[in-house]
Design a binder for this molecule. Structure first.
Ligand code: OXT
Ligand code: ADP
Ligand code: MG
Length: 587
């Protein structure tokens, strides 16, 4: 490494021969195909954001780092490349940290790059500007965390971050870049040589033949088999192989929320509408990229046919996952298949073909008939609810419109958060293509809405429809300015019931303050969009909502529709009331 400290052969020659930390960060990212940065400028990364843009990367600048972080994380999920979020030190870093932790929890590949203050002062706690030991704070919330102190190490730092984010189980990575790093100069040739283009960052992991055989034998023994597709299956981009496995075996499947559309929700093998029947009744369950966490009731209890919350049902589980530690996390997994989903599904399909040719025995008719009956009943019940047209609108009558528009525009990406606004949308709005439904994920986190919407539009260029609870929207609402600034084709639909879960609660103490769960009644959210030059519409009927959504999709203009819902519509925490410790207690 040749640090250039003085100009030996004249000013111009020296400039031509040297590079610096700013440039090396940009070069390292570009070399690895990173073309978009989600962030928020300020000390010490202001100039980096400018230079990134000048250097040909797209820089999407947000109003709050948490939203930039969520944007980066979902860009990672959608593309299989790490999404990069760039923040300033301490408070900006902490604002981005929630998104980093959420990315790690959801297995989304993301890199949070934060500028940091002077190491010497931070470590002696001498009170530097935005002093914080960011690396130590990030570590427990990230899959990996690195700091680069010398410009010559930027290439390695970026390469390590990319590899950590993408390889094995994907996750969030923190990369700490102290202010002093950026202006460090280096001989340009040495700088170039220090960069690394990461080769095969997410290497295939081939499952062991005996693990595949074990899984195959278990599947063959099943009388009531079931496949559960999780967001890992969506992330893996092994869509054709997964569809072939499902269709070759004829096994009914249930998609987890973000796996909806991996096969069209209208597929005849979808058992989503018979979920509460198939989980306890199935005897062999094949999990593909889905964890037996709270969203699957930990694989036990009444959901799975157990007599008490701790009882296991009678199921045997096959689990396809890239993490060898995932099996047995909650209940016994009889046949773990460890590897990347593309390779595992292909291996299982090959084993099926080798064993049975095209004569694989379809699941027993009794099982399929029983599921079809439950499905028909639930679909009819839903159709009835969707056909009702109450005044004011309820979730069903409003979401019936969204359902139609997503059906007519299957390329559109649906972002969804809230409680009732989330749960009703999940079961009412069918998805037709993979990775088109983006939601609150493993943590049930509010605030992903506008960050996800911005990233989805930026990364795909497709129309985005964001269905938001009015509370959920509030967490990231200021980003409508970002949506307008970048002229993104985002249509935000707020299902506005005046509050968290519902809007009719009163202060039980009789005091003058409103209940903690309600908001200003009749709030005009649409004006927020108008304030920045977008289109705002207040819709009180399904017809108004439909007109406004159709126009938003036709025009691709940033649009916010304030869909006024009955404030009495909604239950505590939507479908997860039972997780709320005191929700069932009478006052
Ligand atoms: O089988 P049965 O009969 O049971 O029926 C099921 C299916 O078979 C059927 N179904 C169908 N029928 C017909 N046709 C079709 N196609 C079909 N498909 C399905 O429908 C039912 C339901 O199916 P589902 O959904 O698959 O099944 P189920 O049993 O619900 O599945 C279980 C779960 C656990 C997998 C599922 O419920 C799930 O994924 N849940 C996720 C829940 C979640 O994550 N919720 C968000 C968190 S709630 C709470 O935490 C909130 N907060 C606190 C907070 C948070 N989260 N974050 C932060 C940073 N701060 C605070 C807040 C503040 S929510 C919230 C705001 C809420 O207010 P809003 O105004 O935003 O929202 P509103 O509530 O609208 O006012
Ligand atoms: P869901 O919430 O939809 O059930 P989860 O987030 O719980 O999904 O599970 C996703 C699982 O997918 C994780 O256990 C993760 O290790 C796994 N996974 C992610 N990507 C891959 C991949 N390419 N190959 C195999 N497994 C993967
Ligand atoms: Mg609400």
């Amino acid at each position: 490494m040749a640090l250039v400290t003085a100009t030996s052969g004249g000013e111009i020659e020296a400039q031509a021969q040297e590079t610096d930390g700013f440039q090396l960060v940009i070069d390292a990212l570009k070399l690895n195909g990173i073309d978009t940065i989600f962030g928020l400028p300020g000390i010490p990364i202001t100039d980096l954001t400018r230079k990134l843009q000048r250097g040909g990367l797209r820089v999407i600048s947000f109003r709050h780092e948490q939203n930039a972080g969520y944007a980066a994380s979902i860009a990672g999920f959608m593309t299989g490349k790490p999404g990069v979020c760039l923040t300033v030190s301490a408070p900006g870093f902490l604002n981005g940290l929630t998104a980093l932790a959420n990315a790690t929890t959801n297995c989304f590949p993301m890199i949070l790059v934060s500028g940091s203050s002077e190491r010497e002062i931070v470590d002696l706690q001498q009170g530097d500007y935005e002093e914080m030991d960011q690396l130590a704070i990030a570590r427990p919330h990230a899959k990996a965390a690195f700091r680069v102190l010398h410009a010559a190490d930027i290439g390695v730092g970026v390469a390590r971050a990319i590899r950590a984010a993408l390889s094995g189980r994907p996750g969030g990575v923190y990369l700490d870049l102290p202010a002093k790093l950026f202006p460090q100069t280096l001989d340009a040739d040495a700088g170039r040589k220090s960069l690394i283009r990461v080769v095969d960052p997410a290497p295939r992991q081939i499952p062991a033949a005996e693990a595949v055989q074990r899984a195959l034998e278990l599947l063959q023994s099943a009388e009531r088999p079931l496949i559960i597709l999780g967001k890992g299956a969506a992330y893996a981009q092994a869509d054709a192989a997964i569809r072939a496995l499902v269709e070759t075996t004829g096994i009914p499947y249930v998609p987890m929320s973000m796996a909806k559309g991996l096969l069209p929700d209208t597929h005849e093998q979808s058992a989503a509408a018979a979920r509460s029947y198939v989980l306890p009744e199935a005897d062999v369950v094949l999990l593909i990229g889905a964890r037996l966490n709270w969203l699957l009731s930990h694989g036990k209890g009444k959901t799975w046919g157990g007599k008490s919350p701790q009882d296991w049902g009678g199921q045997k589980f096959i689990q396809i996952d890239i993490s060898p530690q995932e099996a047995d996390s909650n209940v016994r997994v009889d046949a773990p298949v460890v590897g990347d989903i593309g390779s595992c599904v292909a291996a299982l399909l090959a084993a099926i073909t080798a064993t049975a040719g095209s004569n694989w025995a379809q699941p027993p008719a009794a099982w399929l008939t029983a599921i079809a009956e439950r499905k028909t009943k639930n679909v009819a019940k839903l159709a009835e609810a969707l056909a009702s047209n109450p005044t004011p609108m309820n979730f069903h009558s409003a979401l019936n419109v969204v359902r139609d528009l997503v059906k007519a525009n299957p390329d559109a990406i649906l972002v969804n958060e809230g409680a009732n606004a989330l749960d009703f949308t999940r079961s009412i709005v069918d998805m037709y293509q993979p990775r088109k439904r983006l939601d609150v994920g493993t943590w049930g986190v509010m605030g992903i809405g506008m960050g996800f919407a911005v990233a989805a539009a930026v990364v795909s260029g497709e129309q985005v429809i964001a269905v938001e609870g009015d509370s959920a929207f509030g967490f990231s609402g200021m980003e409508v300015e970002t949506i307008c600034r970048y002229r993104l084709p985002v249509c935000v639909v707020i299902l506005n019931n005046n509050g968290v879960y519902r809007g009719d609660e009163v202060n039980a103490s009789g005091g003058r303050d409103p209940s903690p769960l309600v908001f200003v009644k009749g709030a005009r959210y649409e004006k927020l969009m108008e304030a920045f030059g977008g289109v705002g519409v207040r819709a009180t009927t399904p017809a108004e909502l439909r007109r406004a959504m159709e126009e938003a999709i036709r025009s691709r203009q940033p649009t916010l529709i304030n869909a006024v819902i009955d404030e009495k519509a909604g239950t505590e925490s939507g479908r997860i009331t039972s997780l709320n410790p005191s929700a069932k207690k009478k006052p």
